[in-house]
Structure formats: C-alpha cells, structure tokens
Write a protein that binds this ligand. Structure first.
Ligand code: KG4
Ligand code: ZN
Length: 359
C-alpha cells in the first residue's frame, strides 16, 4: 500500500510517502526552529499559523520527491495526538480534505506509536518482543512491546521529559534552541565529571529530571563570577551525562528484568550522539541488541506516522470524518469519543490494566 503520512503535532510540518510500511520514498520536514528560537520555546499560536502556511507545499513536495501523484496514494495517515491541538488540527484537516476529495481511506495515528514505528524504516529492524524507550520533548516512557500496538508501560517520567531537561538547561544558560541539539554539539570534548549532577530515582523504573534542572540553577546562582564561554562545554557535558546515565541504565535494566534481549530507542532525544554511543557500548556489554533509528527519523517526521497508518489501514482500521485531534493520548489505546448517553464504567481500561512492575 502506498501511504501519504502527515505530521504537525508540534513545530515541524512534515509529509512523507511510504510503501508497504517499510520503504521510504520521500520524507519532507519543514522546521519552525528559526521562528520559535527567539522565544526560547514553541509558541502554540505561532506554530499553528506556520503549519497552515507550510502544509500544502510540504505535501506537494513529498509527492514530488517520491515521484508519485495523489492518484497513486492508497491511504492517508495523520498524527491525531498527543500534541498541540491547534497544530494537530492543521494536519488532520489536510488529511480529511484529501481523503474526502479523492475518496481515499485515512487513519489517525498516535504520535508515540509513530516514534516506535520509525525503527521499521531503518536498515536493521528488530523482531518482537522488545523494550522501547520513547524519549522526546514531551515524553520519557519505557514500554514492553510484544507486538505492534501492544504497549505495556514499565516506567515513565514523574515530572519533566528528558528533552525538556535539555531545552530548559539551554535556556537557563542562554546557549540556544533547541537545547538538545545545542548541548549535544557543545558538550563534545567537555568533561563529563565537571559537576556532580544528581541521578534521581535510583532503584525505580520511573524517571525524574526536575531535580537535575534545579541543581543546574543552584550551581549558576551560587557562583561568584559569571560563567565563561570556556566553561560551557564542561558544564553541559556533565549535565548531558546525568541524563544519558539514567536513560541507558533504566532502559537496559527494564529489558533485563523482562528477559528481553532487544531494546529500541526512539524520539527526538535518541538523536543525541552521546546517548547513542553509551547505549551501543553498554547494551553490548550486557548482551542486549540495541536498535536506534538514524537521527533524521528520531526527531518528528511523517514517515513514522505513515508506517503506523499502513498497519492500521491494512487491518481495515480506517477512521471516519468525525475523528478529531486529541492533546493527550497514551499509545496502544484506541481513542474513543466519549458518549454522554453511555458513560464508561469508572474502572475502564485506560491503561489496559497492564502496568508491569519491574525492579
Ligand atoms: O520527538 P521530538 O522531535 O518532538 C517531540 O515529540 O517532543 O523531540 C524533540 C526533543 C527536543 O526536546 C529536543 O531538544 C530533543 O528532542 N533533541 C535532542 C537532540 N535532537 C533533538 N536532544 C538531545 N540531543 C539531540 N541531538
Ligand atoms: Zn515526537
């Protein structure tokens, strides 16, 4: 099946064409970084307006790059959530319009399921089961996955996501945006032990990054002289190491406690060069195979959305035109529009009752 994927959940407007859920024909990503960087973070209202300007040209470019036309497209996959609703609505409206005009089926896709699916576009594809770490600007979650769409939550952040910890540190140090990319670059050659940052929640499968951020703030406030440019690489290298340490350790421990020998690492932070290096070294030492998509497929893209869409549409799971964008949505759960006449039982299965406890 030839699927057109559309993604607009945050500050990237993206479209891609994927054949049979695994062959990437095109992958176009229009970033809004330049606009949001002057505010030090994504401004939702500006993001939606920029998506409106970019969505049509980006879709046309993706079709053009793939050397296909809308006549060839057999299904449309669009990010339905989680994300900024105003941004999501632009992609959802575009998908519905094309589907209606061309009489093509379409499917709303969970963005986090998309991040995991990005591994199926990579050269090395894992077999199930595996443990997946989704680590992005909004999420830091570990899942045990027996199959596509079967997400069993093992651990998650109790406060900030790892990407947020990178972004907030860069904002505090005033070194640029997006923080993860800047810190990745500046920390090369820096001393990873320059500051002894805390590693929170040892012995728990969950994460916490807010104490780390506070610890950096305290360090900057306690100094008697301003931070010099020469000190930045050491400061950010030791900060980055604290994030990488817990991500690697908790994910590999989770895999070991589930007796799983494969780990998938995905989401924007998986583009981090130190995280990739440490995962490869340590997984090897523990006899675990690690799978990380190439950096361009780690950060937000529409190709990963097309992979999940192919899976849904091939199983006959298309959406109706009543489908709407949702800001919060856990992966692996079919989102139901609440029916006020038929309330769900209070012990409804939002998490499928499947939070495995490890450690
Ligand atoms: O998956 P993503 O593109 O969007 C979300 O779904 O959130 O992830 C964006 C996050 C941002 O916090 C950004 O700083 C981080 O991923 N990021 C990185 C790198 N590239 C992007 N973090 C660390 N190192 C990188 N190279
Ligand atoms: Zn994302």
């Amino acid at each position: 099946m030839l699927v057109l994927g559309i993604e607009s959940s945050c500050d990237e407007t993206a479209a891609a064409v994927v054949r049979d859920g695994s062959f990437l024909l095109s992958n176009v990503i229009a970033s809004q970084i330049d606009i949001h960087s002057k505010y030090g973070g994504v401004v939702p209202e500006i993001a939606s307006r920029k998506h409106m300007e970019a969505i049509v040209p980006v879709i046309l470019e993706a079709l053009d790059d793939a050397n296909v036309s809308l006549d060839d497209i057999e299904g449309i996959a669009v990010t339905r959530g989680p994300g900024l609703v105003g941004s999501l609505l632009v992609g959802v409206s575009a998908a519905k319009s094309i589907a209606f005009a061309r009489n093509i089926p379409f499917a709303g896709v969970n963005h986090l399921e998309g991040h995991v699916a990005s591994i199926f576009l990579s050269d090395r594809k894992p077999d199930f089961p595996f443990v997946a770490l989704i680590v992005s600007g909004g999420h830091t979650n570990i899942y045990f996955m027996k199959d596509f769409q079967e997400f069993n939550l093992l651990g998650q952040t109790r406060d900030d996501a790892a990407g947020e910890a990178f972004d907030k540190a860069a904002k505090l140090l005033d070194i640029g945006y997006p923080g993860g990319v800047v810190i990745d670059r500046l920390s090369k050659g820096g001393d990873t032990e320059f500051i002894k940052f805390p590693r929170a929640m040892k012995g728990s499968p969950d994460f916490s990054f807010s104490g780390l951020k506070t610890s950096l703030l305290t360090y900057t406030k306690k100094r008697e002289s301003p931070i010099t440019e020469d000190e930045i690489p050491d400061i950010v290298a030791s900060y980055q190491e604290a994030i990488v340490d817990v991500l690697v350790d908790k994910t590999l421990r989770a895999a070991q406690s589930c007796s799983v020998s494969r780990v998938v690492v995905c989401g924007g932070v998986a583009a981090n060069s130190r995280l990739r290096e440490r995962f490869n070294e340590e997984a090897d030492a523990r006899g675990i195979e690690v799978f990380i998509p190439p950096p361009i497929l780690c950060t937000d893209n529409a190709a990963m959305i097309a992979v999940v869409g192919d899976n849904l549409l091939s199983a006959g799971k298309k959406d109706s035109f009543n489908m709407n964008a949702v800001s919060r949505w856990s992966p692996g759960i079919k989102f139901k529009v609440p029916n006020p006449d038929k309330p769900e039982p209070r012990n409804g299965s939002r998490f499928k009752g499947s939070r495995l406890i490890v450690f």
